[in-house]
Design a protein around this ligand. Structure first.
Ligand code: GLA
Length: 388
């Protein structure tokens, strides 16, 4: 049985009727970390790990949601204004439903069967994948014709306001706009993007350290607050600035005295990371993967030493990657504090890279890492019913 019909089967067993099925991918970010909420640049690609949502309508205005992963169900009445988060997985789909309502989509009641293959806590955007797949399922099954940009914004808002993580828009955006074999050079202020082909000769190797950091979301929000503080202080002498995106390296150095050491380090990461993304995009367009790799190495060091969102296992995974043959660049990817690294690897060496890196990491830590050899995938959408 294919994965899709399997999901439809299990939907039928729980809710009866034939569902429509939607899927949304996770993502890996090649470079440009923590820049999105600073109105900066990032370079994510969607990956072939999906969250699947099977949906069928109901006659009332209730949502009945079930996830086999959590062996748990949840219910919510979309017409109620008194729904509070429960700090569990169901906050994601329910938060999205509430945002859709607020945005004027009048939702019908629905049964939702959710299944995700995006590794959780690995920095590969399992949250955005569940938000986006739910948003598409609910909007379309209520007769809405959602605009993808609006959906991305609305999913981000659900995560900011209902879930309570002040994330930027990169993950939701690329889950909806991803393109097969391409990364997106995303301008997180204008939300314009350019598709950049990833040559066939290169594989994206994602290496999960298997470490999840408890403090990830509170530390994430703190980093964001540090960046906002930097802007507040710098704006006293640079009145035109709205975000760290608007600050040059020269301006930052000139006004360093206005910042504490910690806030200066945070800002220095953002300012230099934006420049690295633009340079990496140029390198990719010129076919210069070696240069791209150098920017990745710098990005990792900056995230480790200035932004301080790496951890021992991520640093080790990166160091070990550079000891292997065929690697162009390696760095942590996503929010950090655990999770995965992204490696750009010569396609001919990818199998050997995976095996040797996995063994070396296991030897040093006793942990068995999950390593995936990927290529960029297409963004979210409905799954053809002929496949059911
Ligand atoms: C998480 C957030 C994104 C982004 C990254 C760091 O994945 O969801 O918005 O800020 O961290 O680049």
């Amino acid at each position: 049985m294919t994965r899709i019909s399997n999901i439809a089967e299990r939907y039928r067993a729980r809710f009866k009727g034939t569902p429509r099925v939607y899927r949304a991918p996770g993502r890996v970010n090649l470079i440009g970390e923590h820049t999105d909420y600073n109105d900066g640049f990032a370079m994510p690609a969607a990956i072939e790990f999906y969250c699947w949502v099977a949906v069928g309508s109901r006659d009332d205005r209730k949502l009945s949601i079930y996830s086999e992963e959590f062996s748990a169900g949840a219910e919510a009445d979309v017409s109620s204004t008194a729904i509070s988060p429960t700090k569990s997985w169901s906050d994601y789909p329910i938060g999205v439903a509430l945002e859709l309502e607020k945005a004027g989509f009048r939702l019908r009641g629905a049964n939702l069967f959710i299944e995700s293959e995006v590794p959780m806590g690995a920095g590969l955007s399992s949250s955005a994948a569940i938000e986006v797949a739910t948003a598409l399922a609910l909007a379309e099954s209520s007769g809405g014709r959602p605009d993808r940009l609006q959906l991305a914004r609305l999913c981000q808002k659900a995560e900011n306001e209902f879930v309570g993580a002040r994330v930027g828009i990169m993950d939701q955006f690329v889950s909806l706009h991803g393109q097969k074999d391409h990364a997106l050079l995303l301008d997180c202020r204008s939300l314009n993007f350019k598709s950049l082909a990833i040559p066939d000769s290169v594989k994206l190797v994602i290496s999960n350290t298997m470490v999840k950091h408890e403090l990830a979301s509170s530390e994430y929000n703190r980093r964001r607050a540090d960046c906002e503080e930097a802007v507040r202080r710098l704006a006293t002498v640079l009145p035109g600035i709205r975000a760290l995106r608007d600050v040059s390296l020269e301006q930052l150095e000139r006004h360093r005295g206005l910042l504490t050491e910690v806030i200066y380090k945070r800002a220095l990461h953002i300012v230099t990371e934006n420049a690295r993304v633009l340079d990496s995009a140029e390198a990719l367009e010129a076919g210069d993967i070696e240069r791209f790799g150098k920017r990745m190495a710098e990005s990792h060091r900056s995230l480790r030493d200035l932004y301080e969102v790496s951890c021992r296992e991520l640093d080790l995974m990166v160091d070990l990657a550079y000891q292997q043959k065929g690697v162009f660049g390696a760095r942590m990817t996503g929010g950090g504090f655990g999770g995965a690294t992204i490696n750009l690897v010569d396609a001919r060496r990818a199998g050997e890279f995976k095996e040797k890196l996995g063994k070396a990491y296991q030897r040093e830590t006793g942990l068995v890492p999950q390593i995936y050899i990927c290529r960029p995938a297409e963004g979210a959408g409905p799954v053809a019913t002929s496949d059911l």
